[in-house]
Ligand binder design. Structure first.
Ligand code: ACO
Length: 279
């Protein structure tokens, strides 16, 4: 599989695929080329059997300084057709492909993270930040709003009082604060960041792949909190039946069966012989 790019770097090792924004000299800002390359890479990796868990990070000191203010906005201001085309790709890789990626995804936020980069973080299932990483909704500082879906994901994830505060002021906040207000799952010292991400990735690799996919679909194919309880009950029943069909009943036969045979305890670990094995 051809995965050589100019603006991103892809590494696959032992089932864990790391995709890194790779324009450190431009603080990993998302240029049109980067958007096209992310679209291409994620499309291929979604169908790649060697990719069991996907990590998204940045090379150098930055996660990403958001949209490339020069190449994405300024240089395309008089080219509406080209702008529209790249806008679609920019949206599609984050909100259609990454958000619904068929395997678990982890954002590993190593440094600067601004504006449009929030949506890349938000589209990942789990986000782990360096405590030292710096986040900012800088749009107000250049007289704009957090557009695309940035305001939407900020409203979804961040505590409401904090969300509007950071939208209005453009104040920076660090990784620890990002965890406190819900933007990321956890923050760890930068020196421990990749080890922590790999630890979580390996934990996910030990789970049943079809069950992981179903857990994601339950949360991400519909607005789960927007369903009333009756609709949610039927949605979950249907997804549970679909999983049983896809697994040929394995969660009952093996998942519960092995517990009843005293082979493992699901309260403390994933079932033994089936660890991540089934497609
Ligand atoms: N778009 C395009 N180029 C960028 C971006 C960006 N978002 N961010 C940094 N760069 C470029 C700079 O122009 C500079 O290029 P040059 O060396 O060719 O002059 C290079 O990256 C280094 O930038 P500095 O500002 O010198 O780096 P520094 O480490 O001092 O500061 C910081 C980093 C804070 C990220 C700063 O570059 C910055 O404020 N960038 C803009 C952040 C931003 O507002 N992003 C847009 C969010 S809104 C949205 O995504 C829609």
């Amino acid at each position: 599989m051809e995965l050589n790019y100019q603006t991103i770097a892809v590494e696959r090792q032992a089932g864990i695929t790391t995709v890194a924004f790779n324009r450190p000299e431009k603080r990993n800002a998302m240029s049109p080329t980067l958007h096209r390359e992310m679209y291409d890479a994620l499309t291929k990796l979604a169908a790649d059997d060697e990719t069991e868990v996907l990590l998204l990070t940045g090379r150098g000191e930055s996660f990403s300084a958001g949209q490339d203010l020069k190449e994405y906005f300024y240089e395309l201001k008089d080219s509406p057709k080209e702008r529209e085309a790249i806008r679609y790709v920019s949206h599609a890789w984050r909100h259609q492909i990454l958000y619904h990626f068929p395997k678990p995804t982890i954002a590993v936020v190593n440094g600067w993270c601004f504006g449009g980069a929030f949506t890349a973080v938000a589209s990942c299932d789990i986000a782990i930040a360096a405590e030292e990483a710096i986040f900012g909704l800088s749009e107000i500082n250049f007289g704009n709003i957090p557009g695309g879906l940035v305001s939407r994901v900020v409203a979804e994830l961040m505590l409401p009082r904090q969300a509007l505060y950071y939208v209005l002021t453009g104040d920076q906040f660090d990784g620890r604060r990002a965890a406190e207000i819900g933007l990321v799952t956890m923050a760890v010292p930068r020196a421990e960041l990749m080890d922590k991400a790999l630890e979580v990735a390996r934990k996910l690799q030990a789970k049943d792949k079809l069950a992981l996919r179903a857990c994601k679909e339950v949360f991400k194919q519909v607005d789960l909190r927007g369903l009333d309880f009756e609709a949610a009950y039927h949605w979950l029943s249907a997804k549970g039946d679909q999983l049983t069909y896809r697994q040929k009943g394995a969660w009952i036969e093996q998942g519960i069966g092995k517990f009843l045979n005293k082979e493992y305890r699901p309260g403390v670990e994933a079932m033994p012989s089936e660890r991540g094995a089934r497609e």
